[in-house]
Write a protein that binds this ligand. Structure first.
Ligand SMILES: Cc1cc2nc3c(=O)[nH]c(=O)nc-3n(C[C@H](O)[C@H](O)[C@H](O)COP(=O)(O)OP(=O)(O)OC[C@H]3O[C@@H](n4cnc5c(N)ncnc54)[C@H](O)[C@@H]3O)c2cc1C
Length: 554
């Protein structure tokens, strides 16, 4: 396990520990000289390395593993650090739907006509938010590197199902092919079960190890070490392991592949101030997205890029929770009771089949939108009315309210381990009593039983009339009238990081003055400039970063 604190705690703890670390100069790391342009600059005389490699990759996930393999393919030594107890990041829990095209062999076999120019045209379209704000220089190199990246995956043993899916999002032709699940189940969500994404990252792990990359698990990058001065080069990183801090030299380059920022409340609010602490993120509790790479790079001068992408309602930045009554009810991911993560996940959630079976209320007990809608209008409404005096940003907790009849229709058993009664699920014999029972770290005021009763009565009158006069839910169908009554956590879940560090098309990190930080690279969801969901851009720029770093003179 990487870090298991709550998102809120983590944001706070991350800040504190980093600051404390920098100010104590423990383990021989230099404190910034007065007036130095970046926080953890180090002079040559202060270097003392515990480990050394040509290229150091931070994060053994979807971007980090191809970076490591590619660097090894170019003959340089590689150390990969990952804070987790296993490799894979979110990739190991992903659906393995790899969105690479350009006319590769599987597309040809399926009779799909595609080209790098078509990818470029699709992902720079103005008429879709997935593409409008993308950095054209990055998309160009992405387009040109799709077929080589697909071939790289095949050469390194990744296997695909041959059935194409799509066209998806900005793409105009089918490009998605799904990786074959790894034969040894990861067991992360259930015994004997993996996810298709395991076939991608496990095979890349095998290839990386066979080719000689060293992977250090439970090593958490704490900072990136850079020479002083505007043109100072990156020298390595510090990492914590077993309570100690070690210094790892990177003779040619450091590659940030830490997977994005949605789990860091303070950081994500840079882009959308409404994303306050009540919003949880997909893939927790296995892997968080704490902005560690972004923060460490920014501390030595790095810049963000194409930040509009994070709020442009592209990709799947925010998702409607479909597994209600548990904390991390992401749309397609359920941790089963036998999962090794279950003591952290705590409940499977109740899977909603029909949104007619619930109403959503805010923490004041008021409805805010048509429950059947899953568009950005839903999220905007969910974030607009917290129902808490003084809380002007963020919608606060969202609760699904339903009755015993709804539970029967959905075939739910609303008891642990299906629900988490420790703050995320409540039941009572009356609506008023139910409101009074709701206690949760993010519920800052007690819900009024009278308000919730009024909401339910009004909704029941809409069911009788067949028309939702408030929010136009199509034909409200079922009254909420049969005890026991239930309240289940249903606050939207954050998914994609769609902005991050500014890089050149070679994945070199660029500073706030527009100049390359020598020896620093970034790929994956921590990289800014390209709002494409998921695996493909991580794989492509991971390879590019590994190649460029390996070719750099030390
Ligand atoms: C449930 C789910 C399903 C998905 N399905 C798909 C899909 O089918 N298709 C698709 O295209 N995309 C999918 N995605 C998205 C895809 O998984 C991600 O886009 C991708 O994994 C991001 O790759 P990355 O390398 O940036 O981050 P990750 O793969 O998450 O890797 C980041 C790594 O960095 C490590 N790390 C973080 N901080 C530190 C630190 N300080 N020190 C050391 N290590 C650190 C983490 O432990 C992690 O191993 C899915 C995502 C989820 C959550």
């Amino acid at each position: 396990m990487g870090k298991n604190a709550t998102d809120h705690d983590r944001a706070a703890l991350g800040e504190v520990s980093r600051r404390a670390f920098l100010s104590t100069s423990a383990a021989g790391i230099a404190v910034a000289a007065a007036g130095a342009p970046h926080a953890n600059a180090q002079s040559a005389s202060q270097r003392k390395w515990d480990r050394s490699a040509d290229v150091v990759v931070i994060g053994a996930g979807v971007a980090g593993l191809p970076a490591a393999i590619t660097a090894r393919d170019h003959g340089v030594s590689v150390i990969v650090v990952d804070e987790n107890y296993d490799i894979g990041g979110r990739g190991i829990l992903s659906g393995g739907r790899v969105h690479l095209g350009g006319g590769h062999a599987l597309q040809q076999k399926a009779g799909i006509k595609d080209s790098p120019d078509q990818i470029f045209a699709d992902w720079t379209r103005h008429d879709t938010l997935d593409a409008r704000y993308n950095d054209r220089d990055l998309v160009r190199v992405f387009a040109d590197e799709n077929v080589p990246t697909f071939n790289f995956l095949i050469e390194n043993g990744v296997k695909f199902n041959e059935r194409p899916i799509g066209p998806e999002r900005a793409s105009t032709v089918p490009r998605t092919f799904v990786t074959v699940e790894w034969p040894i189940a990861s067991q992360l969500i259930a015994p004997g079960r993996g996810r298709n994404g395991s076939g991608l990252v496990r095979q890349l792990e095998v290839a990386a190890r066979q080719k000689g990359a060293e992977i250090l698990l439970q090593h958490e990058m704490k900072s990136i070490i850079r020479e002083q001065g505007r043109s100072g080069k990156v020298l390595g990183i510090t990492a914590s392991h077993d309570g100690a801090i070690i210094n790892i030299e990177a003779r040619k380059g450091v590659i940030i592949a830490t997977g994005g920022h949605t789990g860091n409340v303070n950081f994500r609010r840079t882009f959308d101030p409404r994303l306050t602490e009540e919003y949880q993120q997909a893939c927790m509790p296995y892997v968080h997205q704490g902005a560690d790479g972004e923060l460490a790079a920014m501390e030595i001068g790095a810049s963000l890029w194409a930040t509009a992408n994070q709020t442009a309602e592209a990709g799947a930045a925010i998702t409607k929770t479909r597994h209600i009554g548990c904390r991390w009810g992401y749309a397609t991911l359920v941790y089963q009771p036998e999962s090794p993560m279950f003591h952290l996940a705590k409940a499977t959630g109740l899977t909603v089949q029909d949104w007619q079976d619930v109403i959503f209320v805010n923490q004041a007990g008021r409805r805010f939108w048509n429950e059947a809608d899953g568009s950005y209008k839903f999220f905007a409404a969910a974030m607009a009315s917290s129902g808490e005096p003084g809380k002007l940003n963020g919608g606060g907790p969202i609760w699904a309210i339903f009755d015993a009849d709804a539970a029967a229709r959905e075939k739910w058993n609303p008891k642990p381990p299906n629900v988490d009664p420790d703050g995320f699920f409540f039941s009572a014999d009356t609506i008023g009593e139910l409101a009074g029972k709701i206690r949760n770290p993010y519920q800052k005021q007690q819900m009024s039983g009278a308000v919730l009763q009024e909401t339910v009565s009004r909704y029941n009158s809409f069911v009788a009339a067949g028309v939702d006069q408030d929010f136009k839910k199509p034909t409200p169908t079922y009254k909420i009238e049969t005890p026991p009554f239930y309240a289940a956590w249903s606050t939207p879940i954050l998914h994609d990081t769609l902005t991050g560090l500014r890089t050149t098309p070679n994945a070199e990190v660029v500073d706030i003055h527009g100049e390359v930080i020598p020896g620093l690279y970034c790929a994956g969801e921590s990289q800014g400039g390209f709002a494409q969901h998921g695996l493909a851009r991580c794989l492509v720029f991971g390879r590019i970063a590994g190649r460029h770093a390996a070719k750099r003179s030390a």
